[in-house]
Design a protein around this ligand. Sequence first.
Ligand SMILES: Nc1ncnc2c1ncn2[C@@H]1O[C@H](COP(=O)(O)OP(=O)(O)OP(=O)(O)O)[C@@H](O)[C@H]1O
Ligand SMILES: [Mg+2]
Length: 296
Amino acid sequence: MDSLSSLQTPEVAARFTRLKERPVVLDVRGLGRSFAGEQGPVTALENISFEVRRREFLCVLGPSGCGKSTLIRLIAGLDLPTSGQILLDGKEVHGPGSDRGMVFQGYTLFPWRTVKQNVMFGLEMRGEDKPMSEREALQWLHLVGLEKFADSYPLQLSGGMKQRVAIARALANNPRILLMDEPFGALDAQTRANMQQHLLQIWRNVDITVLFITHDLDEAIHLADRILVLKPHPGRIHELIEVPVPRPRSPGQVNDPVFRATKAHIESLIHPPAPLVKPNETLPLFRLTQRGDDVE
Ligand SMILES: Nc1ncnc2c1ncn2[C@@H]1O[C@H](COP(=O)(O)OP(=O)(O)OP(=O)(O)O)[C@@H](O)[C@H]1O
Ligand SMILES: [Mg+2]
């Protein structure tokens, strides 16, 4: 039970009950990661434990430097933990694998390959013959609405389209979990909103579990079943929130009272109120204005 559970309608509560009955795909246990810094070791993550269930959409939210990318890199097997372990379908992660699909903020498509050839890459690596991987790639491109651009090159696509190809390419490898590190961070607000809707639609149609990193509260509340809120220095779990906003979600829900209450709660976790300067307190170095100026 978290502090927002009283906002859940019976339908939303029933959804969470069903979610908890689904098998665990990702199991993170007592995870820690320290790096050697100039002034001694830097603990990026400390004692992180959580589970993600099949077809769950989990967002990880937290201020810059709280260890979000470190966490996703560890799960991807691109880095190794200092303590704890990560289990995917019960098997410990020791390195990268096709059971995890990755989508990052930077556009990571191969510029010399067409859109279709980008999506075919993993299929070919898996040893599928060309006609078969071509057919499959076109199906994935259809899913992300880009089959018309199959023969275009990444350079000819907008940022949002590139990320849709990156999603298709990641899904084509048939991963158990999709790991997304601020994938829409470089997009303008309108494209970002469209991509969120698009991703939800893909998630509804494909048997995929999603771990999605963002520092945008609206994005996390709009997308997630649950939100893992981290706090920095060292990165620890602040709270794991069950988002009480009903599905299907729509951009207009940002104005709903339940959405706003969820956002206010997360804001209070991430940005606790700053201490106020008392009116008669002197700020010897920085009070350069005249008291009584009409700005306060
Ligand atoms: N390879 C590394 N070597 C040393 N320190 C590192 C390394 N990678 C991460 N760190 C440190 O670990 C901490 C967490 O970094 P990380 O990139 O995971 O944060 P983040 O939450 O993804 O931040 P942002 O929101 O800015 O992307 C930071 O203090 C960072 O300096
Ligand atoms: Mg990061």
